[in-house]
Design a binder for this molecule. Sequence first.
Ligand code: SAH
Length: 239
Amino acid sequence: MTVEAFISALNDAGITLTEQQIEQFQRYFELLVEANKQFNLTAITDEKDVYLKHFYDSLTVAIYVKALQHQSSTLIDVGTGAGFPSLPLKIAFPQLKITMVDALQKRVRFLQDVVDTLDLKNVSIVHGRAEDIGQNVAYREQFDFATARALARTSVLAEYTLPFVKVGGALLVMKGAAAEQELADGQQALATLGGTVSSAFDFKLPNGDQRVIQVVDKHKKTPKKYPRQAGTPNKKPIT
Ligand code: SAH
């Protein structure tokens, strides 16, 4: 997807980027490719691929969950890596208040560099594991939305993310073709952690790749024992 195709696909979805936002995406792309030479951030570095598979793909969540476009919601992105989906969301929808979490120090440093260079406000970057941060009262049940992309299967992802969501908020699950199976396997985890699926959006990226976004409403508090200690959610998913 060329930069022009990116802008035009967003236009079709009712999203208009300013010149400044277009420049911010381009600068982010350059910083990503540059830093990726020093250490591993992403396997995707071709410009067209970055615009499609990172930038556009990240923004699809706001195409379907329109509250992200207009409300100054708080959003936590768990296992954000090089900043996906939260940094494209922040660039396109500057009113969002985002928190990015990653366990790897090098990625956190990269994110801080991007945030400083693009002069993004209301962004907080947290280095650590979701299992630890989810037990910290400063973060627990504080967010309108949680997102995570390519972090873990749904049963595990639920334990990493739902503790951060306030009652009345939602977890936005971004998945590919295995979404339904993962959701079936994760039903028990979602129920245990206080979530229920309220809607799901099935669509294809412009290159034909299948995508699914599932909205999991948080209707009751997560029991205190979750998230369990670091490593346990992945080793012994809630069943
Ligand atoms: N969301 C990004 C990165 C996916 S890779 C994208 O879609 O491109 C998964 C990322 O999650 C890695 O950067 C890894 O360091 C981080 N991660 C894995 N387990 C984690 C955990 N338990 N807590 C916090 N971060 C974690």
